[in-house]
Design a protein around this ligand. Sequence first.
Ligand code: NAI
Length: 335
Amino acid sequence: MIHPATLIPGDGIGPEVADATVRVIECTGVSIEWERIELNAAIITESGKHLPPAVLGSLARTHVGLKGPVTTPVAGGFQSVNVSLRKQLDLFANVRPVRKLPGLKSRYEDVPIDIVIFRENTEDLYAGLEHEVVANVVTSLKVITRTASERIARYAFQYAKSAGRKKITAVHKANIMKLSDGLFLKCCREVSREFPQIEYTELIVDNAAMQLVMKPEQFDVLLMPNLYGDIVSDLAAGLVGGLGIVPGANIGERDAVFEAVHGSAPDIAGKGIANPTALMLSSVMMLRHLGEYEAARRLQSAIESVYAERKYLTPDVGGKATTNEFTNAVAAALN
Ligand code: NAI
């Protein structure tokens, strides 16, 4: 069977890790007919559209995407295409499994870390509703709705149930944002009652950050609104070896776009040393989504075997290999 899919390499290290990932997917023997769509700052500025129609058009045909990062200008410039894509396609659930890889040295060597983060992906402070009320006074609207909060909570609980997970921790700041985070929490509590077999706990986000650093092994599934999910994902990535290895999926009712947690890493772009593991593991999630379970399992175990051997790791995880050498090693393990 041939699966149509949209490939958005993005910019910065995006094309480097996307090419590497396409190569190892090919080695699994799964046939994917890629529609390759270029998306980067130059195209966005030139087209005057922050989400060029080619991107949405392709995803409307394929319903599945593999996406590299796209740079977003800081304090001004165009809106984040990543946020726009998630909103336009209603990719409401951002799922980020944070796990250690064999052989990887980390400060948490002897601590078991296996956390799945569920981040609401369509609202919160990412609504992009900002106003200058009067000169030098700016407001930014935090939008929290019952619909989106119930939806992400139910998705997380259903996942936990089917994956045999034991505990969900909702992360919030409802002591201060009593109405907005209060509503999010209320929805999580209500949904939790539908799943009595799963333990439900709550933590205020600042405490959650500290607990994650001090005792990460206590966490199983984390459930949170958009902004906390964004920040906590990077923190959690730091526990297991960094952004180079943590994958992700943006899931909607109809479409799904798989992308790593990391950004375009301008500091190492073009140097040939970006770690493609995070996008490769995102593609493992994509293969499962496509029903290609055996190929997903083989790719995952090929990546793990390269880590266990420690010979071809990229510099971010303590090795000396280039993106290419790592990719060759994964391809060889698959063949
Ligand atoms: P970043 O995630 O790009 O980089 C943070 C640090 O991690 C850098 O030192 C980088 O070299 C390292 N790193 C990230 N991915 C790596 C990889 N695969 N291999 C080795 N090292 C890696 O975050 P930063 O620098 O804050 O953002 C850069 C740009 O990316 C910004 O314009 C931001 O808006 C955008 N971004 C895009 C995302 C997306 O497209 N989904 C997500 C996050 C950021």
